[in-house]
Design a binder for this molecule. Sequence first.
Ligand SMILES: [Zn+2]
Length: 430
Amino acid sequence: MHLLLRSTILGAVVIATIAGLPDVSAAQDPPCCLRDGLRIAVQYRVEAIDHRRFTATDLWNAIEPYLAAPGIHTEDLARSVGGRPIRAVTFGAGPTSVLLWSQMHGDESTATMALADLIRFFAEGSQDPLQQRLAEHLTITMVPMLNPDGAQRFARENALGIDLNRDARRLVTPEARALKALRDRLEADFGFNLHDQGVRRTAGPTGLQVAIALLAPAADEEKSYGPARTRARLVTATIAEVLNQQVPGRLARWDDSFEPRAFGDLMQQWGTSTVLIESGGLPDDPEKQDLRTLNVVALLTAFDAIASGRYETADPEVYEQLPFNLGVEYDLLLAGGQIVSGDYDPITADIALVYDDPVAGREIRVEAVGDLNRAEAMDTLDITGLYVHPEPGATTTSQGVPGIRLGHRAAFTVRRGVSPESEMAYEFRE
Ligand SMILES: [Zn+2]
């Protein structure tokens, strides 16, 4: 496909900044931990995990060398329904307790990769002043991959088909019970609820694709700001301030309606100041490795701000002013073209397309054809004045009418004229 879309062009700039270590002079040194976080994410990356789909065995094998380090404590919390271990890894001996859990939805692995990198940093970074500071002030307990059975299938729910993030109230699953028991034992001061969201989300109605969505979840229907949620919002604002420098325009605020079955909301109610971090998408990040880096930056920033107490001076408006996280139906809208249908006169029809693998932008399929004036898509390409030529195999021959086949892989060219010999502008073919 020969397309240069807005998000791709902008994305290339963003990725270049993440991939290299930014040259930040001392005079404009941002507060911890943008520069340090980017460095640590590269230096302590657990290389054995380099793909967003991995199992519990892959994870624990990859981080096993670091679990024996002094100052790292590993504990078996419970067994999943499928008999897989659920483990907590603890670092630090400070008075403030921080609890993190990732991948309670089995197909949401970005933060698990970041936690693996942080575990390696905690294990090997004892010469690093940031590591020392965190060890002194915080006790950080991480549960990477709360739902190992879901991860095995790369599916959202646990082995009983239950969404663990709707089991915070009933606690019928061993996974949810393990998390609740751990929170109660630690009486955690701060919590980080780590997820991935769909990649078809924009930061506000006209914004870019959301890289990270943040939320200080409500603790009640009134969405009141008691002490726990107030602290959580300040931590969230601290994270937003730092990430905004790295991925400007790509942060959003998640809907804060109270959900009485969800862990984020109930943790807040139980007195643990909880922040939700949702990893979305970045252009040209098919395995979410740049998002993994952003998670390391976000979490180190939060840890440092909690350890120093700096979060207390954050401006909550930085969080409140984030655009809303908005869902979008399609990946690509081809607007205003003329579809050439055999012997019929060309008809004006928009074409909406979706990727079967929207994270990687692979396997594009036709979802709708017609007047799609109100359709929302991540990218829109105006092809007014151009002609869409379906490939012979892509026509609806079963109906006897040539055209674009709904639900099938995109297979057509966009040309400058009605003639199939005219100059090609774009090609859609997998
Ligand atoms: Zn989730």
